[in-house]
Ligand binder design. Structure first.
Ligand code: MCA
Ligand code: AMP
Length: 511
């Protein structure tokens, strides 16, 4: 039975530690070209695995000299650059906990993460440092890089690294993800989560040392951080790290770098469909695998991409709290509209409201367990307790399993909006709107958008004199750009139930 194959022991984390897995590349393939990374100045730098090993040893010493110890939190706020790899590997080597922050966040959103995670410092650029609260220490990434460069530490691992012992349960990251309350919670991801995720993905997707992986995903979310970074380091393949995805640069990246593998969110694939047919075929001829996740991939995008690039995109499903859970097969049918089958080591159940397993073909909430599932939420024992039932993590995603095991996601229990792969909780935007003078009631919902999947729109009961242009300017100082409602509609009243609950499905079409 296919289901039996996915059952693991109930206490889930096998003693797999992360760094020794990556040592095959970092130590064993030191001479091998490893990384081309965009610099903030717009150049590309080239690194071997040995370079990355030496750089991260030096970063470990520099961070240790500045007080970073096992269990210390160290936040980072920057677009993709090699120094994130340095910082990440140094945290791994020191047993420290990295806290990625979305670069699109404004001061208000950053303040929440920093006050919750209490990092020793936020590593950022001089331009972004003012967005971090004045009472929080910031370290300029270029200063740290200069300090590291000035060290003579070489390939031999320094004592601070040799003396650090991490196991599968050692925390490595707090990744903030929005809860249903609107305030984001830090998922505690441990070494074993990253190790099992990378082992399973590389085995499932056939990642190997000759691959060339193009990473345009931000390293502040787990799609880039857990999947791209670790599939690369574990396989010992080559990676090109772009500062960020830019549709206008895509043809150049794909035709010059010639990646064999690309990981993206649906919006990136929608943008790639603008590439002309002949170029798309050439790009497809160099590639072996296109993976998509973080939001639903519309079936028509999969089909248009297959026709244009000659590849069936492999869609998979994950969460910040669980890393990857379910994937279409590399060999076998990649079924449009489905997320495929549970990954090896991950068990998936689909249950009804009372927690009973539903038969195939019936919708229910997906519960998962396995070594990929996080250790809980930072500082939030009640939220952690609520998230697990008998050791199973409640995803909040609603799905259905076909008789042959393929899972289709149908929606979510919460009001989560996913725009361009970034998560948005309506409640957070509503709270910011309600803090503005002249706004009496606010409701935010997601509406379909051809390229970003969904976008938020707002409905306001407000004073007739409210200046919507000034409101948008004000929202832009408090919310990341992807959370700004694409339309704001004035209404006389919000539709409510007799008990006063807003009936969002009865709101009029946005104007
Ligand atoms: C977007 N912007 C950025 C970045 N991405 N700015 C800096 N760094 C970035 N990485 C800003 C732009 O400056 C612009 O701001 C606005 O966002 C829209 O950008 P644009 O390029 O016009 O948008 P697009 O063509 O629609 O593409 C957006 C995108 C982006 C590149 C698809 O949304 C993106 O990188 N998404 C990936 C999200 C992700 O990694 N999600 C994984 C979460 P302005 O409006 O101010 O001009 S992890 C997850 O969900 C689970 C675990 C899973 O299963 O993976
Ligand atoms: P995050 O909180 O950023 O980790 O987002 C996780 C959520 O993204 C999941 O709970 C799903 O709702 C959604 N998600 C991830 N991958 C897919 C996918 N392939 N199809 C539909 N939704 C997805």
């Amino acid at each position: 039975m296919w289901r039996g194959a996915n059952v693991v022991a109930i206490n889930d984390r096998p003693p797999v530690t992360l760094l020794p897995l990556l040592d095959r590349a970092l130590l064993g393939a030191a001479e091998r070209p490893a990384l081309d990374a965009d610099t903030p100045q717009g150049h590309t730098e080239h690194f071997t695995f040995g370079d990355l090993e030496v750089r991260s040893n030096r970063w470990a010493v520099v961070l240790h000299n500045r007080g970073i110890r096992r269990g210390s939190r160290l936040a980072f706020l920057m677009t993709n650059r090699v120094e994130i790899v340095d910082l990440w590997l140094a945290c791994m080597k020191l047993g420290a906990i990295a806290v990625p922050i979305n670069v699109l966040y404004q001061a208000r959103e950053i303040a929440h993460i920093v006050s919750d995670a209490e990092p020793v410092a936020v590593v950022t650029t001089l331009e972004r440092a003012p967005d971090v609260a004045a009472d929080v220490v910031t370290w300029d990434v270029d200063d740290l890089a200069r300090d590291a460069h000035a060290l003579t530490t070489t390939f031999a691992r320094p004592a601070v690294v040799r003396d650090t012992i991490c196991d599968a349960d050692t925390p490595l990251a707090l990744v903030y993800t929005s809860g249903t309350t609107g305030a984001s919670k830090g998922a505690i991801l441990v070494h074993g989560n990253f190790a099992s995720n990378a082992l399973v993905l590389n085995a499932s997707w056939g990642m190997h040392a000759e691959d060339r992986l193009l990473c345009t995903l931000p390293l502040f979310h787990v799609h880039g951080l857990a999947n791209a970074l670790h599939c690369w380091l574990l396989s010992g393949c080559h990676m090109k790290l772009a500062a960020r995805f830019e549709a206008s640069r895509a043809v150049d990246w794909f035709t010059t770098y010639r990646p064999t593998v690309f990981f993206g969110v649906p919006t990136m694939y929608v943008r790639l469909l603008d590439i002309d047919e002949a170029t798309a075929r050439t790009i497809g001829s160099h590639a072996r695998l296109f993976v998509c996740g973080s939001a639903p991939l519309p079936a028509h995008v999969l089909e248009s991409f297959r026709d244009r690039f000659g590849h069936v995109i492999l869609e998979r499903y994950g969460m910040t709290e669980t890393l990857m859970n379910v994937s279409n097969p590399y060999v076998g049918e990649r079924r449009a509209g489905t997320v495929g089958l549970p990954l090896a080591l991950t068990c998936v159940r689909i249950v009804d409201e009372s927690g009973r397993d539903v038969p195939d073909g019936t919708s229910g909430e997906l519960l998962v367990r396995g070594p990929n599932v996080c250790a809980g939420y930072w500082n939030r024992p009640e939220a952690t307790a609520r998230a697990f039932v008998d050791g199973w993590f409640r995803t909040g995603d609603i799905g259905v399993r076909a008789a042959d095991g393929y899972i289709t996601l149908e929606g979510r229990r919460s009001e989560l909006i996913i725009s361009g792969g970034f998560n948005i909780y309506p409640r957070e935007i509503e709270e910011v709107l309600l803090s503005q003078p002249g706004i009496h009631e606010a409701a935010v919902v997601g509406v379909p958008d051809a390229s970003r999947g969904e976008v938020p729109v707002a409905y306001l009961v407000c004073d007739p004199t409210l200046d919507l242009i000034a409101l948008e300017t004000c929202l832009r100082t408090q919310l990341a750009s992807f959370k700004i409602p694409s339309t704001i509609t004035r209404v006389d009243a919000l539709p409510r139930t007799a008990l006063g609950k807003v009936q969002k499905h009865l709101l009029p079409s946005p104007t």
